[in-house]
Design a binder for this molecule. Structure first.
Ligand code: ATP
Length: 241
C-alpha cells in the first residue's frame, strides 16, 4: 500500500526555535483519497501544511511525493510537481480581481491564454458565484466567497494533491455547509485532498481516512466514519460523550 502513496510523510519534525510544533509524524495520502487531519488549537495542523508546501523547513524526517524526496525542495518548485495549497485565512490577493486571482493560481503552467481561459470557465462552472463576481476586487468579497476563490485558485494549478488548511475558519454555519459540499464535489471528481480542520464532525464525515493530531503527534488514525463514531473522539472533538 505504502509504495503507491502519492504523499508519504515519515517521522517529520518541525521546530520554531525551542517550540517543537511537529514531533515526528508519519502519514500517507493515496491518489483519489480525501484525508483529513483533525486537531485543536495549536496541535500543529498549519505547521504540517506549511511543511508540505515548503514554507517551513523540516528539522528531521522526510516528505516523499510520488516517490520523490521533496523534503528540502523549495516551495515554488513543489507547485509544478502538483502540490497546491489553499492557505489558512484564504490569503487571496485582495487588490486583484477574482479573474486575476485565478490566473495567478496557474502562474507556473506553460499553457496558452486560451487554455487558461477554458480552465477559468471550468472553475466558474464549479463556483458560479465567482463568475458573477469575476471583475470584483477579491478583498471586497465575503469570507465564504474568498474561501471559494482560494480553493478555485489552488485548483487552477491543476494539482495532483490539494492541501486545504481550515477552509471553514471564521465562516457562518451555512457557508461552512456549502464549503463541505464543494469538498464532496471535488471528492466525486477524484481530486486528492489533504484537509486540516478544527470542524472535526464535518471533516470526518467527508474524509475517507483521518488522523488525529495532538500537540505535534498523531494519536489516532482510521476511516473517517470510524473515528467519527469513536467515543474518545466524540468526547474530545465532537462535543458529546
Ligand atoms: P490553529 O488551529 O490554532 O491554527 P494549528 O493546529 O494550526 O492551530 P500551528 O499553528 O501549526 O497549530 O501551531 C503549532 C504550535 O507551534 C503551537 O504551539 C504554536 O504556538 C507554535 N507556533 C506556530 N507558529 C509559530 C511561530 N511562527 N513561532 C513560534 N511558534 C509557533
Amino acid at each position: 500500500m505504502s509504495e503507491k502513496a502519492l504523499l508519504k510523510v515519515n517521522d517529520l519534525q518541525v521546530n520554531y526555535g525551542a517550540v517543537q510544533a511537529l514531533r515526528g509524524i508519519s502519514l500517507e495520502v493515496h491518489a483519489g483519497e480525501v484525508v483529513t487531519m483533525i486537531g485543536g488549537n495549536g496541535a500543529g495542523k498549519s505547521t504540517l501544511m506549511k511543511a508540505l508546501s515548503g514554507l517551513e523547513p523540516a528539522a528531521t524526517g522526510s516528505i516523499l511525493f510520488e516517490g520523490q524526496d521533496i523534503t528540502r525542495l523549495p516551495g515554488h518548485l513543489r507547485v509544478p510537481l502538483g502540490i497546491a495549497q489553499s492557505p489558512e485565512g484564504r490569503q487571496v490577493f485582495a487588490d486583484q480581481t477574482v479573474r486575476d486571482n485565478l490566473m495567478l493560481g496557474a502562474y507556473h503552467r506553460k499553457v496558452s491564454r486560451q487554455a487558461l481561459d477554458e480552465d477559468i470557465e471550468a472553475q466558474f462552472d464549479a463556483f458560479p458565484r465567482l463568475r458573477e463576481r469575476q471583475d470584483q476586487m477579491a478583498g471586497t468579497m465575503s469570507g465564504g466567497e474568498q474561501q471559494m476563490l482560494a480553493i478555485a485558485r489552488a485548483l487552477m494549478a491543476k494539482p495532483k494533491l490539494l492541501l486545504l488548511d481550515e477552509p471553514s475558519l471564521g465562516l457562518a454555519p451555512l457557508i461552512v455547509k456549502e464549503i463541505f459540499a464543494i469538498i464532496r464535489g471535488l471528492q466525486q471528481k477524484e481530486v486528492t485532498i489533504l484537509l486540516v480542520e478544527q470542524m472535526a464532525n464535518q471533516a470526518l464525515a467527508v474524509a475517507d481516512r483521518a488522523y488525529v493530531l495532538e500537540t505535534g503527534r498523531i494519536t489516532m488514525q482510521g476511516a473517517g466514519r470510524e473515528l467519527r463514531a469513536d467515543p474518545k473522539i466524540r468526547a474530545a472533538y465532537l462535543g458529546s460523550h
